[in-house]
Design a protein around this ligand. Sequence first.
Ligand SMILES: [Zn+2]
Length: 208
Amino acid sequence: MSALRKVSGPRCPTCARLLPDPHLLEIDPRFRCGACRIDSPVLDFVQPLFLFQGPLREAVHLFKYSGYWKLGRGLIRSRLSDLLPSLEDVDRILPVPLHPSRLRRRGFNQAVVLAREVAEGSGTPMDLECLVRRKGGRPQVGLRPKERRRNIRGCFAVTSSKNVRGRKVLLVDDILTTGATAKECARVLKEAGAEEVRLLTLAGAFVE
Ligand SMILES: [Zn+2]
């Protein structure tokens, strides 16, 4: 595990980008990076666990495309003790859903495997039904940020708003890139009345 790099350093709470000064958040816990100040963020907190590089990149590929579930689960477990304090007030854990046709092709949703590990480790219930993906859209890989936002718009729906109304939910996914997918999930969850939507991902693909 020593070659894996944890995401660390002073980070913008709502997009996880590195902040230039470690004291900014100490002075003002509500401090946000320039991008999040301009474009008020729909995600309340964003926490990627590892940098998407080196051996972690290979591990994520093995987990996601070759079905090595144990790798994904083990990586989550290795960070669980760091995570638990921030999960104390979470009401529901929701994996980012795959479209049913993609799910059939891949055979499993990697986000569910990760979310289950978080749910079991924290004792927080996981909900597999209230957020669904109703449109496939093109794969996000290779699209520019603006195209990603357009491509994902309208892809998700909340099936039962009573399961999210007034609740603090934690979305779980494998990789954070631009965050367009998670933001679209957060948008529909907030429309359905969610009080807070946070995002936890196994890896963050930052340029740093
Ligand atoms: Zn930010």
